[in-house]
Structure formats: C-alpha cells, structure tokens
Design a protein around this ligand. Structure first.
Ligand SMILES: C[S@@+](CC[C@H](N)C(=O)[O-])C[C@H]1O[C@@H](n2cnc3c(N)ncnc32)[C@H](O)[C@@H]1O
Length: 137
C-alpha cells in the first residue's frame, strides 16, 4: 500500500492525509448509485489530493456505461498543491488510455482538455468553485 502521507510537514500544514482505496470504495458505495450510472451526474472533490476518490469515480462511471470522455467531463477536483494536481491528472489520464505504452496524442486531445479544465490547483477556502472552473490557467 502506498503511503497515506507525503510528509509530516504537509500533513500538519494542509491536513494532507490520503484516503486508502478500501475506504474510498466503502464511501462511494454509500452514495446513490446514479452518480455513476447517469452519465450527466457530476462529482467534485474540493480537496482531491492526488485523486484517490476521483480515480475510483472515473472507473465506476466508465464501468457503468459512460464513455471515458463523458466520465472525465463530469468529474471535478481541486487541490491547493500543484504536485497533487499534476499527479491526479496523470492518474486520470492513465485510466482512460488504459495504460498503453504508446498512444496517439490526437486521440486523447479532448480528454487532456477536460482534465485541464476540470482538475484545478486552487484554494477552495478562498475562491468560489465557479471562479475556479471558469478562470483561465
Ligand atoms: C485529507 S487530504 C484528502 C485528499 C483526497 N481527497 C483523499 O481523500 O485522498 C486533504 C487535501 O486537501 C488539500 N487542501 C488543504 N487545504 C486546501 C485548500 N484550502 N484548498 C484546496 N485544497 C486544500 C491538501 O493539499 C490535501 O491534498
């Protein structure tokens, strides 16, 4: 199992403790399942870390019939730490490229665009979500 904290300094300063996968699954099981079966339902983690919830949400949406692009376009995350956001975007992209060694970048341009606009580095205590997601990077 990967570590649930990156450093004591970060966990003290930011409350950065990642949720283990078993607990993520247990929590997602408690949600109304149309979150995953209705391709138009959106999900946001306003303190997403490196994406433990978002990766599982994306997987569940795709397993329940959303296209990978629909799933990405309805999945949102914000974190104050840029390194978490970069890792989160990478993990989500890996879910949709299926871990292939070589991909045709053109095929995944819309997916990369969705990731850039929906997974954002910002302070959710100081900015409202609408500003975060309509602002330009
Ligand atoms: C308890 S961790 C949870 C991470 C992830 N949701 C998970 O369950 O694995 C809290 C996260 O909130 C982020 N964070 C702390 N203050 C924040 C703020 N003001 N705005 C956005 N993110 C913040 C931290 O960087 C950290 O990744």
């Amino acid at each position: 199992m990967s570590s649930l904290i990156k450093s004591k300094k970060r966990s003290d300063a930011l409350g950065e403790v990642f949720t283990p996968q078993w607990l993520v699954d247990e929590m997602l099981d408690k949600l109304p399942q149309e979150v995953f079966t209705d391709p138009e339902k959106t999900f946001i983690d306003p303190a997403c870390g490196d994406g433990n919830f978002l990766v599982r949400v994306l997987e569940r949406k795709i397993q329940n019939g959303s296209t990978p692009l629909q799933a990405l376009q309805t999945t949102y995350g914000v974190d104050i730490m840029e390194d978490n956001i970069q890792t989160c975007r990478r993990r989500l992209l890996r879910e949709v490229t299926g871990n292939k060694k070589q991909i045709n970048v053109e095929d995944f341009r819309p997916h990369a665009k969705a990731l850039k606009s929906n997974i954002k580095c910002a302070n959710t205590l100081e900015q409202n979500l609408e500003d975060i997601f309509t602002g330009q990077e």
